[in-house]
Every structure is written in structure tokens, then in C-alpha cells.
Design a protein around this ligand. Sequence first.
Ligand code: LAG
Ligand code: CA
Length: 483
Amino acid sequence: YHDDTCVSGRTVIVHLFDWKWTDIAAECERFLGPKGFCGVQVSPPNEHLVITSPHRPWYERYQPVSYKLESRSGTRGQFADMVKRCNAAQVRIYVDAVINHMSASGHGVGTGGSAYNTMNMSYAGVPYSALDFNYNCEINNYNDINQVRNCKLVGLQDLALSKRYVREKIADYLNDLISLGVAGFRVDACKHMWPGDIEAIYSLLQPLNITWFGPGTKPFVFNEVIDKGGGVISASEYTHLGRVTEFRFCDEVGKAFRRQFMLKNLRTIGEAWAMLPSDKALVFVDNHDNQRGHGGGGSTILTFHNPREYKMAVAFMLAHPYGFTRIMSSHVWNISHGQQDWMGPPSYDNDTTKTVTLDNEGQCLDGWVCEHRWPAIASMVKFRNVADGQPLENWFDNGFDQIAFSRGRNAFIAINNEVVGDLHRELPTGMATGSYCDVISGELVNGECTGQAVHVDQDGVALITISSLSNPPIPMTEEKPKK
Ligand code: LAG
Ligand code: CA
């Protein structure tokens, strides 16, 4: 479950949070494929609760009603079409799999028309009955491992994953997705499941669909475990089950770019900071939970609300060799109206999710943030692809908040996070002699840089200039010789 299943040469996933399947299919074809993205993490595709108080929050999708592929993002037919079109565009689909629990309250029908009754633990669309759930207890002591794994997380009915029947129902769901051509899974709430139960479920999975993957290919799995050290459950208990989310990375990168410690310290971020081994870690600057104060959130997390620091942080993550990287693509909420906690995706009056629309610069409208389309972030995806496998070399720092480094001889980045203090220096870049385009201020068009050009002399040295006032603030070169 560790092999990333990307098309070769692609290395970055984007979470298109709450996007509709029809929009994701279009985005694969018009943007993600051409820009070199590996894949998309999609929101849970299975049937879920419809919550009306508060009105249609984003988190209703974390309350499953059945494994029918009928959700707020679209129908089974639309999902299947998206997977085909994305695979054809060389872009993989990774499904957010919510398998620890079902709903927490209410009765009625879900988004796919299946009957459920939370109190009776009855979910006709699977079907599950009370026999398929753990003891009716709540998690209120996170130091009690048995409670964390066998009791209800915020009231969500906790599935008895030790039961063969339950394991088979979950495996049937995941195998259904595999048969449609998905490439892997982000598995929700792994801390709340015994590693042995997860392993038993994964062992029931079929290889990926041979239309797009080699025979016997296993899904790429990234297990979500919130572990910032000091807890009774550690992320390393799950590393044999695929990659594991590294939440310490969000905190440390957030602190550094908020100037709570100096940027020069980031050079060694990774194992040396007691984080997971690089080949086991899934890293990100923010995710759909911690960007709004849920799971692992806090004041250090950087989001699109601080665009300047956020761009630098994401660029740093994509340039640094540590971990497998995921970019967040959000929908807005109004901080000052107390909506940050629950606000659902941009929606029409009839509560269906709005289609993503673009302005003539290719930026998103209508409440879709599309961080992945910000030029400074999108161009760094290609940087990571060309840097893949190359060591961090040619490190420079000014002792404070200016840093630069190369990835072997393939790519070079410089970052200036000083409040006052321009970067204007000759730096070793590791690059071959020639003219290069800074791919953040522009790109290579018809043999010319539309943004800054950088000249590397015969010693591999270039004059690098970044004003501390610049926004976007990160000139950087990559492997495209201009002439
Ligand atoms: C996750 N990872 O381990 C998801 O990333 C996270 O988004 C999920 O919580 C959680 N685990 C369960 O899948 C989200 C929200 C919660 C929300 C929950 C269920 O962060 O806030 O709980 O989904 O919808 C909500 C209310 C709670 C309430 C609960 C039950 O916020 O106050 O107790 O529903 O009614
Ligand atoms: Ca559990």
C-alpha cells in the first residue's frame, strides 16, 4: 500500500474538497493532467446524512448511511465517468474512505434514498444492524486506547470491525471503487480503528483495475492518524498499512512561516524532528479539518486566509524532499460570521453544490478558493516532479528568514520571509550554465520568460533578488533552459 500508483513522473495530490464529480472530471482534463498532478483526493463518495441544523454543513459527509455511491458530489454514474476521464488524463483518483463509523443522530433517508435509524443502529442500504456495532460508549478519555478504538467518536455509531461481516461489507465497498478504477484511499479516523482490523480489511482488497494499472497493483493508501507526539496511540503503529498523515509537519511549517522560529531551521525538517520516515509520511500544510480548527487544528496552521505566508509554506513543502505531498483546495467561509466551523460548499438555492467557474486568468470564482490554481502553487507541482529523487543541496540561509536550496542539478528555490530585508545575493544554484525562467512570476512561452529570468554563470552561481515586499514572494528556477 506504499507505492503511490501515480503515472510515472507525477508526485503531488490535490484534495478537491467537496467538488462535484463532473467538475473534477473537467479539472483533470483542462488543468491537472496538463500541469503534471498525480491525482485528486475526493470527498467521501458514499451515501451520507443530510443535516439541516446547521444548514448542510460540510461534515455531513463524515456520517455514512450506506456505501451506495450517491452523495452531495454526484451520482454513481458521474463518479464512474470522472474516474475514467481522470485516468485518461493521467490523473488518479484517491477516495476518502469513512469506515470507522456510521451516523451520529437522526433517522430517515440518506442522500441515496436508503433508510436509516441511528438510535437503532439500522442502516438498510448496507445492511447493518445493532449486531454490527461496538458497545454504546462515548470516547471521553483519549488516554484509554480501548475507548478511543471501541467507543463512539463525537457520537458516531462505531462499527465492530472485528466482525467478519462488517469487514466484508467495507471491503465490498472499497472493491467496488477499485473496480471503477480508483487508485487508492485516504482512510479516515485510523486512530479509532485497531491496526489489526484495518489490516484484515485491506487483505480482502482486489488489485487495481487492469485497464489502467499493471496486474497485481495494490491501492496506494494513506492512513489518517492525528499524532503530534505524547499520545497513547502513535502514527508508527500504522506505517505497515501504507503512508500515514504527519500532522507535526503542519504545525512546524505553520510556525516557521508565521515567524515563530527562523526559517533557517527548516532545512532538516522530517525524521530529525521525530517525524515519520520520509517514505512513510503524507505531508500537507493544512487539510479540510485543521484549516477550520477541527481535527488537529490550532492557531499555528496556515491557510489561504494568509495567502503570502501560505504560498511560501506550500512552495517550501513542494521543494523539500520530505514525504509525499498533498495540496489543499478549499471553499471559503466567512470567519467573521462564525461560519468557519461548519459552512458547506458553495451552493445554489436548491442546496445543490455550485459548479466551479473560472475567471479569464484561470482563477476560481463563486466561493471556490482553488489554491491549487494559484500560479505560485501550480508551478511548484512541476518543480517537485523534476526534483523527484534528487538530494537537497546548495543550502543557503542568512542566519534568519532567507533560505535557498537546490534539488541536485534539476531545480533551485529561494525564499525570503524577512519582514524587512531584501534578498539580493549571488548564490550557488547547482544548475547548469544558462538562462532560466522563474516559474512563480511567469513561465516559458515561445522561448521567453513571461516573468523574471535568472542567469546561471559557468560556476553555477546566479544573482537572486527577492524583495521582502514582493507578493508572490518566491522567485525560483527550474530545469527549463530559456535558450
Ligand atoms: C475525521 N478524521 O479522522 C475527519 O477528517 C473529520 O472531518 C471527521 O469529523 C471525523 N474524523 C469523523 O469522520 C467531522 C467534523 C466533526 C463532525 C463529524 C461528523 O470534524 O465536527 O461532528 O465530521 O459529521 C459533528 C459535530 C459534532 C457532533 C457530531 C455528531 O461537529 O459536534 O457531535 O457531528 O452529531
Ligand atoms: Ca472505532
